[in-house]
Structure formats: structure tokens, C-alpha cells
Design a protein. Structure first.
Length: 198
């Protein structure tokens, strides 16, 4: 009888400990969205924000913008096209497009065409025509009233120390602004990011 009580007590104690341990799980706290949190070397939302905040001011402070305003008599209309992920990682490129749209629109120097349907149309048309079909150019100018398309790519490279005690992941984001009417690139810039594991 004592053994049975002891066994029941032991099983009960183990179950109680397991229950309490399970309830003590991870804790969560809110952090400022502007805080850079790096838990891994993967490209993340902080990286997208840094890229947008560095590249877009450069874009809107270059000669193409004043020349465009003089030519058009108004602020140019920009659509953010595809940012191609050429890495072996899953990177949500909409992190980019959203940040780029935000920076461009909030500058007050350009107008935006930001509807997802327009971006999807641009992506589909571009994959078929690579902006060389005159009918596509006419459609972009007429139906969508877009003057410029911002597009780009992200690539990455890995580097290791000789003894492999450290490794680096280098990302390079390249953006281009294309004049839809002339098919001329009016602005281009690259941004490098490097992350280290030690």
C-alpha cells in the first residue's frame, strides 16, 4: 500500500513538474520597430529598412528628378517593380517594396502608383518583354500613367575564415530606375550589407 501511494505521489509530482515547466515557456516583450535585432545572419526587416533609408534619399536627390519635373511639368509617377531575390535564402521582397514606397512617397518629391495589381502586371509584362515591346511601353504610359519603374535585385556571398571559426554573409542590393518612355536608366545604386558570425 505504501508503495502504491508512493508511486501515485511520484507520478503526480512528475506530472505537476511537467505542467509547471510547460507553462514557464518563452517570454515575449514588445520592442521598438526601429530597433535593430539580429538573431541570425539572414536578411531581415531591419536590413530592408537600412537599405531603403540609404538608397531612396540618394535616388530623389539626383539630377534625373529635377530634369523630369522640368520635362513633365509635374512630379513624376513611379511604380515599384520587382526586387529579384538571387540568393539561396527565402527573402520576402515585399519588405523592400513596402519600405521603398514609404520612403519615396514620404519624400513628397514623387507620386506613386503602388497598387499590387500594377506591380503584378509589371512583373508579368517584364518577364515576357523585358521592357522592349513598344506596345508594353505605350500601355505603361497610357493606362497606368507610370513615368518610371524602380526595380532591382539582391545577391549574397559567403566568406569563411581559414579555420572556419568566423563566417560572413555579404548581401548586395542593386536598384535601378528606368524611364518607361525612353527605356533609359536614369539612376542606379548598390548597397552592401555584411553580417558576421563569431
Amino acid at each position: 500500500m505504501n508503495r502504491a501511494k508512493m508511486a501515485v505521489g511520484l507520478v503526480g509530482g512528475v506530472l505537476m513538474a511537467a505542467t509547471l515547466t510547460g507553462c514557464a515557456g518563452d517570454r515575449t516583450r514588445r520592442v521598438d520597430p526601429q530597433t535593430d535585432i539580429t538573431l541570425a545572419r539572414r536578411f531581415n526587416d531591419s536590413d530592408a529598412r537600412i537599405v531603403a533609408q540609404n538608397m531612396i534619399p540618394d535616388c530623389i536627390n539626383r539630377p534625373w528628378l529635377e530634369q523630369s519635373i522640368a520635362k513633365l511639368g509635374r512630379k513624376p509617377i513611379i511604380a515599384v517593380g520587382e526586387i529579384r531575390n538571387r540568393t539561396d535564402q527565402v527573402i520576402e521582397t515585399e519588405m523592400f517594396t513596402g519600405k521603398f514606397e514609404e520612403e519615396l512617397l514620404n519624400s513628397g518629391r514623387v507620386d506613386m502608383l503602388t497598387e499590387r495589381a500594377v506591380r503584378d502586371s509589371l512583373r508579368l509584362e517584364r518577364s515576357d518583354t523585358e521592357f522592349t515591346d513598344p506596345a508594353f511601353i505605350k500601355k505603361m504610359k497610357g493606362e497606368m500613367a507610370v513615368d518610371y519603374v524602380l526595380s532591382g535585385s539582391i545577391v549574397m556571398d559567403r566568406e569563411y575564415s581559414n579555420n572556419r571559426s568566423q563566417d560572413f554573409v555579404a548581401y548586395q542590393v542593386k536598384l535601378e530606375l528606368l524611364d518607361i518612355e525612353t527605356l533609359r536608366k536614369v539612376w542606379i545604386k548598390t548597397q552592401d550589407l555584411k553580417k558576421e558570425r563569431y
